[in-house]
Design a protein around this ligand. Sequence first.
Ligand code: SF4
Ligand code: SF4
Length: 399
Amino acid sequence: MKYRKMGKLDFKVSALGFGLMRLPTRGNFMLGRVKTKETIEMIRSAIDQGVNYFDTAYVYHLGGSEKVLGQALQDGYREKVHIADKLFLTLVRKPEDFDKQLAKQLERLQTDCIDFYLFHGLNRKKFEQVKEMKLLDKMVEAREKGLIKYIGFSFHDTLAVFKEIIDAFDWDMCQIIYNYMDTGMQATTDGLKYAHEKGLATVIMGPLKGGLLADPPEEATEVMKQAKVQRTPVDWALQFLWNLPEVSTIISGMETQEIIDENCSYADKSGVNTLSKDDLVILNQLAEVYKKKILVPCNTCQYCMPCSYGVNIPDNFALLNYFSHEKEGFRRWRVRRRYRKMLASKTDDLDLEKPNGNATFCTECMECIEKCPMEIMIPEELEKVHAILKEKKEISEYY
Ligand code: SF4
Ligand code: SF4
């Protein structure tokens, strides 16, 4: 494993971090119960391979993520890692709720202190809440009490808001969405550099754009074949990030042991400025290919879920993006079939507890809109999903 500097902090963390948002579960992958034994084995295997940065949050797997991490870190593993955990601001209605939530998290994690404590998903509105409730004072107080060590935030908004937040406090770290396709979105490359210059550790989420960069369309595969050094699609995406001096670590949501082993092997050969000019040309070409193919910039973060009317919003968008990646013919037919079979189209098949509905269940209630960090006009895009995947309309009619 390679280790990288955490901004102005005087220690290093593993180049590969473990994101505990998508763990193996029974049933619905975000809401189902975490498979404890399997997950503990995976977490410990990652630690044994040198991973020492673990990212969780109050809401991941409805608290199951923090709990299983706490269990995995028994038997001497806690001392080997840094835990990053996040405050879920929606449940903070008065300043005292901060203390309650943090206490619950420490209990679930079975630890006395969380290494990195973040405001979860800051945007302009949530930062207003932080200021109004004086939650930065609560953070400092928690640090003085030894309940947390370092203060940070994860981020979903524009570059201007990002800079405003950075300038408002002496942060230790920030967590942003960044990958070779999304260099101009949200915090952007400028924001990454800005945070780095200010001494913040920069933790990258969404390195594979919700899995899209791991499953390339044919044109992208052709581009990769032209490279002098052959890499898998995931290796390309991760090396792009590790090549940058501004990146402290990358959080990867690793759902299987195989993925952990592969990603650890990629991290082993990573380093700042290790990519050649030829490699960078390939990455630029890949970004261009993908940009042409992505119809809805959904990163499957699930922040819009659950939809009260049963729509599985990210799955609808994922299918549309996959459809656009595929060639005409059998492969596209197969995606349309998945839309018909995988998502419910009749009320009888709809599960409101674990939303599984197709786009037609959208009532345009607009509840999901402001939850989406990618600012997707969800109801509008859902209409297009159905038109293209069910009514067989041409993509060119809508995009
Ligand atoms: S706008 Fe549509 S998808 Fe969004 S929450 Fe309402 S019904 Fe669900
Ligand atoms: S639609 Fe937006 S909020 Fe929902 S999963 Fe996609 S990016 Fe996340």
